[in-house]
Write a protein that binds this ligand. Structure first.
Ligand SMILES: [Zn+2]
Ligand SMILES: [Zn+2]
Length: 185
């Protein structure tokens, strides 16, 4: 085995803002009240509130949509009201794909369309908008540039669709568990 001379610390102080190398953008930021989310190539950048009236909550989702959309079994999401979501750049570079065969049923017979907004250049999924979730957008914790927020303000408080969670994945510590949809209870 080759010896390593790396001096990278194995633990990071995430009580402070932390912006590791993550794609091409280098201009992500966070303040006491807001932060950015940027796609992998940097073309699309959003800002959103990290608390307060515009911020709804953060959750882990094991639903079948999230299995496929992330190609990685689950997603860590957070929801903000559209009135508080800002497109800093690249809104014209967002492509959409929507369809109504989704596990998120509000009322039988009502529109269940979920629409994905993703970067047309790099494919990063930036948010989803659902007919069953009017007035809000569901963003991805993993696209948030300040990684310290993943542990603090954006830490999931809820986990849903545990019925489809693989047996090797532990319940998210501190998150209220829901067997199915926890967003409409
Ligand atoms: Zn991109
Ligand atoms: Zn999901």
């Amino acid at each position: 085995m080759a010896s390593t001379t790396t001096t990278t610390p194995t633990t990071i102080d995430k009580t402070k803002p932390y912006f590791p190398l993550a794609g091409l953008a280098t201009d992500g930021w966070s303040t006491e009240d807001e932060a950015t989310a940027t796609c992998f190539c940097g073309a699309v950048q959003l800002s959103f509130p990290t608390h307060g009236p515009g911020f709804v909550g953060s959750f882990v989702c094991n639903c079948s949509d999230c299995h496929k959309l992330t190609a990685s079994i689950h997603a860590t999401n957070f929801t903000v009201y559209d009135t508080h979501l800002k497109h800093l750049r690249g809104q014209e570079n967002l492509k959409t794909f929507g369809q109504s065969r989704t596990v998120f049923f509000k009322t039988p017979g009502q529109d269940n369309t979920m629409t994905n907004y993703f970067c047309n250049t790099c494919g990063s999924l930036m948010y989803r908008v659902g007919a069953a979730f009017p007035g809000m957008s569901i963003l991805r914790v993993g696209s948030v540039d300040d990684f310290s927020l993943h542990e603090t303000k954006l830490r999931p408080t809820m986990e849903q669709f545990t019925k489809d969670r693989p047996s090797w994945k532990l319940p998210t510590e501190g998150a209220t568990q829901f067997v199915e949809d926890g967003l409409h209870v």
